[in-house]
Design a protein around this ligand. Structure first.
Ligand code: BGC
Length: 367
């Protein structure tokens, strides 16, 4: 009897031990690795949250790491995830060219790579790309400025994202396709970019990265609100009286839009301004409600996360993910799935962001 009890107790201990080992083994093995550029911008914290929401209640083993604006840290993150046994890597690069080395080591380890939101460039180690329609983002920002122009000869201030981000080119290319005819017909006059001024008769910059580079090099914010603020201050200090009054401002995203808007709002010679943005960051939604930022482009991150995870799962199941087009990354044409964007201003902010369940009304004042 005593012997039997001992044997049962031993068996229970062995079983418990085995269960613990199995659980540990499982939690260390990650099948999908996710690498995002930085926690310092609300946009990417949004993505992290939406990934977490999408994964809640599922038993997919994933891990999310941030690169904090460093391509070296990004490479290290990818190595860490490879060592944890990932089969699929979803990665939004800090710098499109520099990330090539990181995904090349993933490829060597047999990992499939999905470029997320930003395209990884000049490498064949990218299998898929999930993205918003970034050319449409820029075109929508510009269209808003055109639709709200106050008459002829309105000063136009141009700002762009970081030159290390392929999206900055797509956004500006889209914006330029809408703005250029309106510069040519005198609706706008460029206030702050000699490079854009020099190209004002070139309607289509989509095939000319060098020309785009010249403009972006001059008006870049590097996606940094502080840099944007400093640039805007410099531009307004240098601007003659005829470059003030009612003005239009192409700001590439919400973080930079808010700081540029603050600078323009504090200049007494600027009578009114229309300023674009993108990302529907909470702080910018409040700015839109308060009339301090004119518009934003809502990129529903839930859809991007759904597309990326859908692709990853289809790869894990041994299938070929569905794609809707392709993007040239300078080396190969990457099969891509693209999702649409929505323009938001004061008039539809509630319908687009609250009624859709993206944000809660209680997050904002004065809705
Ligand atoms: C993203 C934007 C973001 C920007 C700065 C771009 O690649 O598409 O949503 O605002 O990077 O992080």
């Amino acid at each position: 009897m005593k012997k039997g009890f001992k044997a049962v107790a031993l068996l229970v201990v062995i079983m418990l031990f085995a269960a613990v080992v199995a659980a540990c083994g499982k939690s260390e093995k990650v099948s999908v690795g996710i690498v995002l550029p930085t926690k310092d911008e609300p946009r990417w914290v949004q993505d992290e949250q939406r990934f977490k929401d999408a994964l809640k209640g599922t038993d997919y083993t994933t891990e999310i790491l941030f690169s904090q604006g460093s391509s070296a840290k990004e490479k290290e993150n990818v190595e860490t995830l490879i060592n944890k046994g990932i089969q699929v890597l979803i990665i939004c690069p800090q710098d499109g060219d520099a990330a090539a080395a990181a995904v090349e080591s993933a490829k060597k380890a047999g990992v499939k790579v999905i470029s997320y939101d930003r395209l990884i460039t000049k490498t064949d180690a990218v299998d898929y790309y999930v993205t918003f329609d970034s050319v449409a983002v820029g075109a929508a920002q510009a269209q808003y400025l055109v639709d709200h122009a106050k008459g002829g000869g309105e000063p136009l201030y141009l700002y762009a994202g970081a030159a290390s981000d392929n999206n900055a080119f797509l956004f500006f290319q889209g914006a330029w396709s809408v703005l250029q005819p309106k510069i040519a017909d005198g609706t706008f006059k460029i206030a702050n970019s000699s490079e854009a001024e020099a190209l004002k008769d070139t309607a289509d910059l989509s095939q000319d990265r060098d020309k785009l580079s010249k403009i972006i090099g001059q008006i870049t914010t590097n996606w940094d609100p502080n840099e944007a603020k400093n640039k805007a201050q410099t531009h307004l200090t240098a601007a003659a009286a005829d470059m003030k009054g009612d003005v239009a401002i192409l700001a590439p995203n919400d973080g930079t839009a808010r700081s540029i808007a603050d600078v323009f709002a504090s200049d007494k010679d600027v009578k009114s301004f229309v300023v674009s943005g993108q990302d529907a960051e909470k702080a910018s939604i409040q700015y839109v409600i308060d009339g301090k930022q004119s518009m934003t482009v809502f990129k529903d991150v839930r859809n991007l996360v759904k597309d990326a995870m859908g692709m990853a799962l289809s790869i894990l199941d041994g299938n070929t993910p569905e794609t809707t087009g392709e993007y040239d990354n300078g080396k190969i044409k990457v099969p891509a799935k693209q999702t649409d964007v929505i323009v938001v201003d004061k008039d539809n902010v509630k319908a687009a962001l609250i009624d859709s369940g993206y944000y809660q009304a209680s997050d904002f004042q004065g809705l």
